[in-house]
Design a protein around this ligand. Structure first.
Ligand code: NZQ
Ligand code: ZN
Length: 389
């Protein structure tokens, strides 16, 4: 194993009824005024809003609402939230939603107290956060990103056409409340794309060195098998509590930094998807589903030993009569077939890319990761985009 330091400062409270039981005591340190942040209104339809409002009011809090946080949250929305927080002297933020709401609120928690411009100082390039952001708590309503348990926030700067994420430990929420029954109302397509995002996070960590037997890869293999099993079960029955609670925790486990310990990681597929989203505002998990097979076909020969292990240990494919390269390829084929089985999109057209979209322009804006098994060039990225079109 490589050397590492591990810390995760977010307290997780998981299970049926956890919001009702614990929220009031958790917002104790949030001052008199709490900002309740949410997305486009799903929480008003499924009763989550009423339950949270009732709890906050009973706890004696003034509530300032910050609503309308969109999928792929923008920097303009972050600035709106920061102004609202400052104008109302908000003492803490309660983010109720998925990755978009949670990420937006992490950035708001910084921007509300920072004198300079957070995009310039912390997103355009990595910065040092040497001040305390506003206290932040999460109520997770959709599984997939794992944002509840890390300091990562992916923000889109619409003017610059850049979607990028940074992970600052100081942006970890103080607490995350995770009631799997809250996810029952998530539309099936979002449940599936969120589940695929989880699988993608695990793969982007797994397909990188070191490749000698290690704890991170062992955990990753178990989590990949579990995510595949639970997605299949949840597609059959969206109210299967075991499946939905597993998916929720698999999503957290994929992105709470544990799997990344000791690993180089390779988030090239995420970087490609983020820039596509900056141009065509596509769904995150759906974008990843389109890109992953093509990216892995491009690198699987160089990483043949690891892709062969993926085929055998995750998909249960026999190595009998197969060369290492053939087994590696069979693993990528199994992933591709699973994406088809789930009904996820498989072309960029389905994400909103048209003949008029300049794939070359987008490809040239994609940051290039060192790569688990070789570094891509912008030309390689363009070829992957063309293959997926
Ligand atoms: O906005 P509302 O009306 O709430 O509807 C949302 C939204 O339309 C809906 N939804 C959420 N909970 C629901 C529900 N609908 C019914 N019932 C519920 N209980 O789901 C839709 C998608 O929500 P969103 O938050 O956008 O999805 P997701 O969790 O996939 O987050 C995606 C964002 O997170 C970023 C992505 O790039 C994207 O911007 N990521 C964040 C990461 C992180 N911080 O660690 C890592 C990821 O790789 C990812 O990049
Ligand atoms: Zn992701």
């Amino acid at each position: 194993m490589n050397n590492f330091i591990f810390e995760n400062s977010t307290k997780v409270i998981f299970g049926k009824g956890c919001v009702k039981e614990f929220l009031a005591s958790l917002v104790d340190g949030f001052g008199d005024t709490v900002m309740l942040a949410y997305g486009g209104g799903s929480i008003k339809k499924n009763g989550v809003y009423d339950q949270i409002m009732e709890t906050l009011v009973k706890a004696g809090k003034n509530v300032v609402e910050f609503s309308g946080i969109m999928p792929n949250p923008t920097y303009a929305k972050v600035q709106e939230g920061a102004k609202l927080a400052r104008d109302n002297r908000v003492g803490g933020i309660l983010a109720v939603g998925g990755g978009s709401v949670m990420d937006c609120c992490k950035a708001v928690s910084l921007a509300a107290v920072y004198k300079g411009d957070i995009w310039t100082d912390f997103w355009a390039k990595p910065g040092v956060i040497d001040f305390d952001p506003l206290p932040l708590g999460m109520v997770v309503t959709v599984a997939g990103t794992g944002s509840e348990c890390n300091g990562g926030a992916v923000i889109t700067n619409e003017e610059l056409k850049v979607k990028t994420g940074r992970d600052y430990p100081r942006c970890n929420a103080r607490f995350a409340l995770m009631d799997p029954t809250y996810t029952f109302t998530v539309p099936k397509s979002q449940m599936i794309s969120g589940g695929f995002d989880t699988l993608s996070h695990i793969m982007e960590i797994y397909f990188s060195g070191p490749d000698a037997e290690n704890v991170s890869d062992d955990l990753a293999e178990a989590l990949m098998r579990g995510t595949i099993r639970d997605l299949r079960a949840a597609v059959q029955n969206p109210e299967d509590y075991d499946a939905r609670s597993n998916l929720m925790w698999e999503s957290t486990m994929a992105e709470n930094r544990i799997l990344k310990l000791n690993k180089q990681t390779d988030f090239q597929c995420h970087m490609m998807e983020h820039q596509l989203a900056a141009y065509v505002d596509c769904n995150h998990g759906a974008g990843l589903a389109v890109l992953h097979p093509a990216y892995y076909r491009a690198i699987c020969e160089k990483g043949a030993a690891k892709f062969a292990r993926f085929a055998a240990r995750v998909w249960g494919i026999s190595n009998q009569g197969k060369s290492e390269k053939a087994l590696a390829r069979a693993g990528v084929d199994a992933l591709t077939a699973f994406i088809r089985e789930l009904g996820l999109p498989s072309t960029l057209r389905e994400l909103g890319v048209t003949e008029e979209t300049s794939l070359e322009e987008i490809a040239n804006t994609v940051p290039l990761a060192p790569g688990g098994y070789g570094k891509l060039t912008h030309k390689d990225v363009l070829n992957i985009f063309k293959e997926c079109f």
